[in-house]
Design a protein around this ligand. Structure first.
Ligand code: ATP
Ligand code: IP8
Length: 261
């Protein structure tokens, strides 16, 4: 089984207009996957990109449900608005897969996971496991979540993958981003790291600027999760905007960053 995270920076321009969607990029990702399907099983998880992130920020979803009812109600409306935006992104994804004969099937994250402290606290994987057994391609997504401590929160696709990796022990996890892989400094300053030791991740994090960015913590969150995922699976970071890089990572001779356990 191969889990592919299609980053929001790949299927959309995160600095562009809300809900912009790169149909051609997703169509090409679907084509690359179809070269390996059905010999290999896939689970796709996509991020929030220009869909979920603007709503999550506008409604401060990560602050949870407060005691004050007026604010609570406003945020609960925002919770549902954010989810609807993610359903629109997911539906655009599924359309591209179906058009290429890939049996992608939407699994609504907020209906199968609950969170606490930004992580999955409860997950029901029975539906996902059965879908994979039948050779469907489940398509999950970063989403809003019901939260055991603060009522509501955001669950990043990166945290979903950590949970899936722990429970399903996939052969490989591939993160698609809009850059060639992980750099040893901030974008434009560092060099690409082609082989990154799992035990080197903490010292790399101390060199990167981890504040600011999107509501789920950008590259720093991804690296922290990759460290956990690498205990269960091979992990790759490759450029999803360059044709052939996903196929390379699937074959195992790709160009990008590989986490070395
Ligand atoms: P989403 O969370 O919407 O799914 P994503 O998964 O594509 O988005 P981001 O969370 O935006 O990814 O993180 C990827 C971004 O991190 C890249 O666009 C890149 O410019 C930025 N970045 C910052 N520092 C680094 C670094 N050292 N190495 C690689 N990318 C970095
Ligand atoms: O982009 C965030 O998921 P991510 C999902 O995978 C929302 O971190 C709703 C912002």
């Amino acid at each position: 089984m191969i889990i592919v995270k299609v980053g929001g920076s790949v299927f959309s321009d995160k600095k562009g207009k809300p809900e912009n969607f790169r149909r051609d990029v997703v169509a090409r990702i679907a084509r690359e996957i179809s070269e390996f399907y059905p010999e290999k099983n896939f689970i796709i998880v996509h991020g929030g990109g220009s869909f979920g992130h603007p709503y999550a920020r506008r409604y401060s979803i990560r602050d949870g449900i407060p005691d004050d009812w007026k604010t609570a109600r406003f945020r609960m409306v925002g919770f549902s608005e954010t989810h609807q935006a993610m359903l629109r992104a997911n539906s655009a994804f599924i359309r591209e897969f179906l058009q290429r004969g890939l049996p992608a099937f939407s699994v609504s994250t907020s209906s199968v996971f609950m969170t606490e402290n930004g992580d999955v606290a409860y997950g029901d994987l029975e539906i996902i496991k059965r879908l994979v057994e039948l050779r469907f391609i489940p398509v999950l997504f970063g989403d809003v979540s019901l939260d055991l401590a603060k009522g509501i929160d955001i669950l990043s696709g990166d945290q979903i993958i950590t949970y899936l990796a722990k429970m399903l022990e996939p052969e490989k996890v591939i993160f698609l981003m809009d850059v060639d892989g992980v750099y040893d400094g901030d974008p434009g300053e560092g060099n690409l790291i082609q082989a990154l030791g799992r035990d080197e991740i903490e010292s790399l994090l101390s060199k990167l600027t981890c504040s600011g960015g999107d509501v789920t913590g950008g590259i720093c969150n991804k690296l922290r999760e990759a460290k956990k995922i690498a205990k269960h699976s091979e992990v790759w970071f490759v450029n999803g905007l360059v044709p052939g890089r996903l196929s390379g990572a699937i074959r195992g001779d790709g160009f990008g960053t590989r986490i070395v356990p």
